[in-house]
Design a protein around this ligand. Structure first.
Ligand SMILES: [Zn+2]
Length: 196
C-alpha cells in the first residue's frame, strides 16, 4: 500500500488502543495486549472491498447463451458490511436480477460485486444503488433490480434497541423500472427468500 493518506499499521493499532481506553478499559492488561493487532487484521477482511474493483468482475461476460433472454436472478446473497455512521455491522442479504441483452456474466460474479461494495463503510441505500448502477453500466442489460434486506447493529444493539427489524431497500433500472411485469416477476422470484 502506497496510499499517502493511509496511516501506518502502528498508527492504526494505536487508534484501537485509544478506543479501548475511551471505552474505560486498560489496553495494557494481558487480555487486550494483542487486541489492536487483531482488530487491524480484521479490518483487512471487513474492508477488503477497497482493494477490489467490482466493475472488473462484470467485464468478463459470455455471449453463448443459446438465445436466453429471460430474467437471471441470484437471491439470498449473504453479506456483512459496516455502517458508515457508527462503524457497526450491517448483516443482510442481497437479491440481484437482470434481464440480459445478449451478454451474461458468471453467476458468482454477481455475488462478488455485492461483496466488493459490502466490504466498505456503507449506507444501505447507497450500496443498493452502487450494485445496480455498476451492473447496468458495465454489463449493459435491458434492466437490473437489486433488493437488499439487512439489520443494522447500530439500531439493534444501541439507540432504539429494536431487534428483528430489517431494512429493505431496492433499486430498479431499465425494464425493471419501466415495466411492471418484469419488476413483479423479479419480486416473485425473490419472495421465497424474503419470507424466511
Ligand atoms: Zn449506523
Amino acid at each position: 500500500m502506497t496510499d499517502p493518506i493511509r496511516p501506518s499499521r502502528e498508527d492504526a493499532e494505536a487508534a484501537v488502543r485509544t478506543l479501548l481506553q475511551w471505552a474505560g478499559d486498560d489496553p495494557t492488561r494481558e487480555g487486550l495486549l494483542d487486541t489492536p493487532k487483531r482488530v487491524v487484521k480484521a479490518y483487512g477482511d471487513w474492508f477488503a472491498g477497497y482493494e477490489s474493483n467490482p466493475r472488473e468482475y462484470l467485464e468478463r461476460t459470455f455471449q453463448e447463451v443459446a438465445g436466453y433472454d429471460e430474467l437471471i436472478v441470484l437471491r439470498d446473497i449473504e453479506f456483512e458490511s459496516h455502517c458508515e455512521h457508527h462503524m457497526a455491522p450491517i448483516i443482510g442479504r442481497a437479491h440481484v436480477g437482470y434481464l440480459p441483452a445478449g451478454k451474461v456474466v458468471g453467476i458468482s460474479k454477481l455475488a462478488r460485486v455485492v461483496e466488493s461494495f459490502a466490504r466498505r463503510f456503507q449506507v444501505q441505500e447507497k450500496m443498493t444503488a452502487q450494485i445496480a448502477d455498476s451492473i447496468y453500466d458495465v454489463l449493459q442489460p435491458l434492466g437490473v433490480g437489486v433488493v437488499i434486506e439487512a439489520s443494522h447493529e447500530c439500531m439493534t444493539t444501541r439507540g432504539v434497541h429494536k431487534r428483528g427489524v430489517s431494512m429493505v431497500t431496492s433499486k430498479m433500472l431499465g425494464t425493471f423500472r419501466e415495466d411492471a411485469r418484469t419488476r413483479s416477476e423479479f419480486l416473485d422470484f425473490i419472495k421465497d427468500g424474503r419470507a424466511r
